[in-house]
Design a protein around this ligand. Structure first.
Ligand code: BEZ
Length: 189
């Protein structure tokens, strides 16, 4: 049910001598930047799509009733919109703990709105991690989200804040907006 990734991530990137690193955020990192950053700007990454396929029993759910949070799934040709943060490598000490339940850091290429490209890092919960739930119909994902709550608050707040943040970024994400629509419809049933 849990893969603690803190030590694995520490070994993956050593940042020797580097003063700053770009990080790509596509989920709660867009709307919850509880860490210091040097710069923040909208960015996209290619060949990955955002999916509510990762289980959450430590933030937005419990062991008995896990919530769902986003991860990235490889999809050639897809474009995932999010937020780029330029951070000091020390910030990963905090983020590795915050995202310890199955998320590993990977190298990726960020593209900013002006076309500039930089190498950076992104946290991804891959299908091998034990909290991975995988695909389900958006209607069922909405139901699960509606009934889950955890130490970081209701799972529905996570979904609604993410959907709002994506609209602010002019992102088109049918998966996320479909789940939001089902959640709102089910609430008024
Ligand atoms: C993100 O927003 O990029 C993110 C949030 C939680 C875990 C991993 C990544």
């Amino acid at each position: 049910m849990s893969t603690n990734t803190v030590e694995i991530n520490r070994q993956r990137h050593r940042f020797d001598g580097r003063e700053s690193v770009w990080l790509f955020g596509y989920g709660s990192l867009i709307f919850k930047a509880d860490f210091p950053y040097l710069e923040r700007k909208p960015a996209s990454i290619r060949d990955w799509e955002r999916r509510f396929w990762q289980g959450s029993h430590d933030h937005r759910g419990t062991v008995e009733a896990p919530g769902r949070v986003v991860t990235l799934i490889e999809k050639p040709g897809a474009l995932c919109r999010g937020m780029g943060y330029l951070i000091s490598p020390q910030v990963f000490d905090h983020l590795d703990i915050r995202e310890k339940n199955g998320y590993l850091r990977f190298t990726t290429q960020l593209t900013f709105d002006d076309g500039q490209q930089v190498e950076g890092l992104v946290y991804i919960a891959t299908p091998e991690n034990t909290a991975f739930l995988g695909p389900a119909h958006e209607r069922d994902i909405a139901r699960q989200i509606a009934s889950a709550t955890g130490p970081s608050g209701p799972n529905r707040d996570y979904l609604l804040r993410l959907a709002d943040s994506l609209r602010d970024l002019s992102a088109v994400d049918v998966h996320i907006f479909d789940i939001e629509r089902y959640l709102n419809e089910q609430a008024s049933d």
